[in-house]
Write a protein that binds this ligand. Structure first.
Ligand SMILES: [Zn+2]
Length: 297
């Protein structure tokens, strides 16, 4: 299958390259969009993909996953790395079964989104994009660290679980804990701890993690290493539309217009008008100023 170009801002944050970005960012920033991404990005079996349901084949060897450590409830570190918000997974978060060759241990989870509830996901199903997508990344248990996993020749060095997120009419209590922490990570490298939260609380109930799409693919950001066994779950995560809107508006705008620049001031343009209005309507924790200009009043 052919891969789709990435649809959104964001990220798998294991790259050592700093100047890559998504198409929408490349329009306003001096950085390399997907067409110019290095490494394996222009070759190979790249992710994400459009899943064409008429072409999938049932595979009865794809049994249920076993999840362990997903229920560990703890204050969760959350960081804005300039591309997304990411949360390292506890060492104890492990998966096995699911057609995997062995046990994989947690690395991190992060979100993909855009400025619209109908195009934020990286994977699409029959051409349909979803509001957001959550990736839960694991590497083979044998690897002591990420560098070893990235350096390995294992085609399935990483196992990434993808959860598509839709806007719904029900409030999602788990995601609300993340939303409540966003104000504290408004700037690149901003970080904080959430209230106690488990990975389990963010995902569909385990009985709804039995149906999934499986393919061999790649990391979705530079260097796009072709070392990922992908699982995209059929059951979506539902966020209340107000919650989805909060993420889409707050973070998309901030990430794209301000945060990615890694500075506490910026040169506003007409393009930034919405951002400025929004910020003025919502007090920030620190001083926020235009570059070489007086602070906003
Ligand atoms: Zn991702």
């Amino acid at each position: 299958m052919h891969s789709l170009p990435p649809l959104t801002n964001t990220v798998f944050s294991l790259s050592f390259l700093d100047d890559w970005c998504y198409s929408s960012q490349a329009k306003v920033l001096n950085c390399s969009g997907p067409e110019a991404w290095p490494g394996y990005c222009q070759t190979g079996e790249q992710s994400p993909i459009n899943i064409i349901t008429k072409q999938i084949k049932l595979n009865y060897s794809l049994v249920d996953f076993k999840f362990s450590g997903y229920d560990l409830k703890q204050e969760t570190f959350i960081k804005n790395n300039g591309y997304t918000i990411k949360m390292p997974l506890p060492d104890s978060a492990k998966i096995s079964g699911g057609g995997l060759s062995g046990t994989y241990k947690g690395v991190e989870s992060h979100l993909h989104w855009s400025d619209s509830v109908d195009k934020g996901s990286e994977h699409t199903i029959d051409g349909k994009a979803f509001a957001m997508e959550m990736h839960v990344i694991h590497m083979k248990e044998k690897f002591a660290n990420l560098s070893m996993a990235l350096a390995s020749s294992d085609r399935d060095a990483f196992a990434v679980l993808g959860f598509l997120i839709e806007a719904s009419n029900q409030k999602h209590e788990g995601f609300q804990i993340i939303l409540d922490a966003l104000d504290k990570v408004s700037y690149k490298n901003g970080n904080t701890f959430t209230k106690p939260l488990s990975l389990e609380e963010l995902l569909p109930d385990v009985k709804n993690r039995k149906k999934y799409f499986r393919y061999m693919g790649s990391l979705t950001t530079p260097d796009c290493d072709v070392k990922v066994i992908w699982t995209v779950f059929k059951t979506t995560i539902g966020l209340h539309k107000d919650q989805a809107f909060q993420l889409l508006l707050q973070d998309f705008i901030l990430f794209h217009r301000i945060l990615f620049r890694d500075q506490s001031c910026w040169e506003p343009s007409d393009h930034d008008a919405l951002t400025v209005m929004w910020i003025m309507g919502k007090p920030q924790s620190g001083p926020l100023a235009r570059c070489d200009h007086p602070p906003f009043t």
